[in-house]
Design a protein around this ligand. Structure first.
Ligand SMILES: Nc1ncnc2c1ncn2[C@@H]1O[C@H](COP(=O)(O)OP(=O)(O)OP(=O)(O)O)[C@@H](O)[C@H]1O
Ligand SMILES: [Mg+2]
Length: 511
């Protein structure tokens, strides 16, 4: 295993990294840091949670010149949350060297961003739309930029940012170095790399499986109607520290978070329709553990690194195997363990098989838990808490009452009654969850083999509710006639099943 001393890094960077608690470089870091420092273009692929941010962050900071007042590198990333998270990590790495990274994203006051730019950051971490705005206003000059990083490039493509990326890259001097990173590398990313990178080195951390071994993977076959109760029971059984529940659409996320709250879980939802302040506060509360269950769409949680996420629940099966890899990768990060459970309706079993094939890993089937099993989980938790209280000696004020009670009632009866009071029995408060049709994408599409029309295997069956967290404040007229239609933007229904499903949904939501 390589230590960070092996790369000949600036001592101030070494000190910062060691303050962050990193002891050894992860495999992707060990392979990419020297290559990136040497100036080569590269495509880096490694499993989720294995430190890709520092893999490009360290070379960027190593190469940054703090005497040069200009922007030297830019990182493009699909969402605002990721821009903030990456900038935070880079600011830690660059702390002693004095290298500053500034996040720039849509939804944030542009004049405030302009003031922040005057602080002369060496690195900008931006969503493509807002970056384009600054380019047009000339508040960011690209002439001085020598390194461009594309993080989660496939997601940026999915979100329709490809033209923006092309425009940005066309304006950055050609002598630049370009680095591209993702946990998954669908074919179109390789095509993008061929187009924009110069003789890139492909660095893939060879792993037997797409997903890290420390995530236990399970699925449960059940009917759509059973899903919510099953989720609640599993939450009671697992008692996760922090959990993320993935839903397919924004409406799904709203309904699920509301329903979970009703049943007594501290849950909140996050998706692209929420304003920036709200999204920031949800993520902050989740990081502080004020929220226990984060309900999210794919896009909202992409790349998000919150330590302490012990469980991921795929309430709806993801649209494609790549999304599965990214979703469950929110747990089991930086070597920790995690559990991922997916709900699969009988008609979605083929999709499950595609996921297993792509990730090269078998997902274990488990049964829908009974009411009794759910109580058992809660009982275990209560007993643990009770034993903790005994150890911490926090009960002394209650000793007198206990002695009095024991004079009348035998100890076993008394403790059992106390446990019954303490155990949270499964809550069955009625909730409203609109039914979703099973995921129905032609199998060939799902496997990533392009079928006849469309050429894009994502996006089927979502009932028009595809979640696209694209920057809202995109510059320029987005509606130019030549612009290809973006996903989810008025795509005609693909088949009859989908059409009737849409209609059904409309009826339901308008109730
Ligand atoms: N060398 C290291 N030693 C210990 N922890 C590390 C090391 N490098 C990174 N980490 C930590 O591991 C966590 C995951 O890192 P990061 O978010 O960069 O993963 P990623 O590979 O980008 O994942 P994803 O594919 O989900 O975006 C972070 O909390 C990060 O601080
Ligand atoms: Mg990442």
């Amino acid at each position: 295993m390589a230590t960070f001393n092996d790369f000949g890094l600036d001592q101030q960077i070494i000190r910062a990294i060691s303050d962050m608690g990193f002891e050894e470089a992860t495999p992707i870091q060990a392979q990419t840091i020297p290559t990136a420092i040497s100036g080569k273009d590269l495509v880096g692929q490694a499993q989720t949670g294995t430190g890709k941010t520092a893999a490009f962050g360290i070379p960027l900071i190593e190469k940054a010149n703090t005497n040069d007042p200009d922007i030297q590198s830019v990182i493009l990333t699909p969402t605002r949350e990721l821009a903030v998270q990456i900038a935070e990590e880079l600011n830690k790495i660059g702390n002693f060297k004095g290298v500053k990274a500034l996040p720039i994203y849509g939804g944030q006051d542009i004049s405030r961003q302009m003031r922040a730019l005057k602080q002369r950051p060496q690195i900008i971490v931006a969503t493509p739309g807002r970056f384009m705005d600054h380019m047009r206003r000339k508040t960011i000059r690209l002439q001085s930029i020598s390194i461009v990083v594309l993080d989660e490039a496939d997601e940026m493509l999915n979100m329709g940012f490809v033209e923006d990326i092309e425009t940005i890259l066309a304006e950055v001097p050609e002598s630049r170095q370009t680095l591209l990173f993702s946990a998954t590398m669908p074919k179109r990313i390789q095509a993008l790399a061929q187009k924009f990178l110069r003789e890139p080195e492909f660095i893939t951390v060879k792993a037997k499986e797409m997903t890290v071994e420390n995530i236990e993977q399970q699925y449960m076959e059940l009917a759509e109607k059973q899903k919510f109760d099953a989720l609640c029971r599993m939450l009671d059984i697992h008692t996760p520290e922090l959990a993320i529940v993935f839903g397919r659409t924004k409406r799904r996320v709203d309904e699920l978070s509301e329903a979970l709250l009703k049943r007594g879980y501290i849950a909140e939802g996050i998706h692209g329709d929420l304003n920036q302040a709200k999204r920031d506060s949800v993520i902050r509360k989740f990081k502080e553990s004020t929220i226990e269950v984060l309900v999210a769409t794919d896009v909202a949680a992409r790349g998000i690194d919150v330590s302490g996420v012990t469980h991921v629940y795929n309430f709806d099966i993801p649209q494609d195997p790549e999304s599965y890899v990214h979703r469950i990768g929110r747990t089991g990060r930086a070597g920790k363990t995690g559990l991922a459970l997916m709900f699969v309706t009988p008609r979605e079993i083929d999709h499950l098989k595609s996921i297993e094939k792509m990730t090269n890993r078998k997902i274990t089937r488990i049964n829908v838990p009974t009411f009794a099993e759910a109580i058992e989980g809660q009982q275990r938790l209560t007993i643990d808490k009770l034993l903790e209280t005994v150890e911490e000696k926090e009960y002394l004020a209650y000793k007198n009452s206990a002695e009095q009670l024991l004079e009348e009632i035998d100890s076993v009866t008394l403790v059992a009654a106390a446990l019954k009071m303490l155990v949270k029995e499964p809550n069955t408060t009625p909730v409203k969850i609109t039914g979703e049709a099973p995921l129905r994408v032609k199998k060939a599409h799902f496997d990533g083999k392009k079928g006849g029309g469309g050429g894009n295997y994502r996006g089927g069956g979502s009932g028009g509710g595809r979640d696209r967290d694209r920057d809202r404040n995109r510059g320029g007229g987005g509606g130019g006639g030549s612009r290809p239609r973006k996903e989810g933007e008025g795509r005609p229904p693909r088949n009859n099943a989908e059409r009737s499903f849409k209609k059904r949904n409309r009826n339901k939501t308008s109730q």
